[in-house]
Design a protein around this ligand. Sequence first.
Ligand SMILES: NC(=O)c1ccc[n+]([C@@H]2O[C@H](COP(=O)([O-])OP(=O)(O)OC[C@H]3O[C@@H](n4cnc5c(N)ncnc54)[C@H](OP(=O)(O)O)[C@@H]3O)[C@@H](O)[C@H]2O)c1
Length: 301
Amino acid sequence: MTDGAWEGARGNREVPPQDEKKGARGGNLVSPTGAKRRVVLTGAGGQLGRALAETFGTDELRALGRSDWDVTLPSPPLLTPDLVLHAAAWTDVDGAESDPQGAAAVNVGGTQNVASLGAPLVYYSTDYVFDGSKREPYVESDGPNPLSAYGRTKLHGEAAAGERAWIARSSWLFGPVGHNFVRTMLRLGAERDEVAVVDDQCGSPTYVAHLAEATRELVGLPFGVYHLTAQGECTWAEFAEAIFEDAGLDTRVRRISTEGLGRPAPRPAYSVLRSEKPETPVLPNWREGLRACLDELSTRS
Ligand SMILES: NC(=O)c1ccc[n+]([C@@H]2O[C@H](COP(=O)([O-])OP(=O)(O)OC[C@H]3O[C@@H](n4cnc5c(N)ncnc54)[C@H](OP(=O)(O)O)[C@@H]3O)[C@@H](O)[C@H]2O)c1
């Protein structure tokens, strides 16, 4: 790997959903008596998990990190949610190439265990289910063809989520905590004059707080697959330049190819997602997400 070269790593049964049938709306899970909906969140320690915990904080939330529930194991007792937000996943894209069974145990087996709770489920999936050969945005009806072991496990995880699920495909997540491209660039930018970044992969960087907000709307829609990413698109190099510009850093970006980076897992060259469903929540542009993330980081420091 080139030194300094980067790309995105990467029921309460008292209150049933309105309709239990396949394809029915699962949203509006509010009790007629006004009781709070019981929400179980997996992967609560991850970057999306943290954002979801804030956004769903007004619900009766059980936010479970890996130490509370390793999802490769059966669920803990007495979990009876109205809604499950499944944000736990094996997200080490390169690590999945050398341990595909390990990745599948979490992303497929873990999702089966989570679906076994029997409650409506939000499963977060990825742009890496596509091969990137298209040159215009992927929509929900496009056929997946993952290039990597990670992408394959996430695609099988979509099926494992079952029929009472919203499959929320997103991309290039970043936020104020956890491992992500924005935090990596801010660290490198403070240390170096120049950073080499790949310029031949195009996607839509999505701010986790915007995805969490969109999830609130999503659970009012019929079950199914939804593409939920920020508006706009860029390469990793363009993303890095925007990060340095908005953070007031002078760091230069040297544009390199994916081949030059020599990562184990193949990535799609083009993985911009758009929704063909008119009811899909619209997220802000990625530049707006970046500014919101940098603002959040500055208030935390
Ligand atoms: N990151 C992206 O760019 C991206 C893009 C598209 C879709 N997604 C999807 O979005 C979701 C959230 O991703 P993220 O970026 O928030 O990932 P993340 O920051 O890596 O968080 C994933 C969380 O899952 C936990 N986890 C891993 N294995 C587990 C297990 N066996 N049992 C319970 N928890 C486990 C991790 O715990 P540890 O910290 O202890 O490992 C971590 O807290 C995932 O489904 C991911 O596939 C991510």
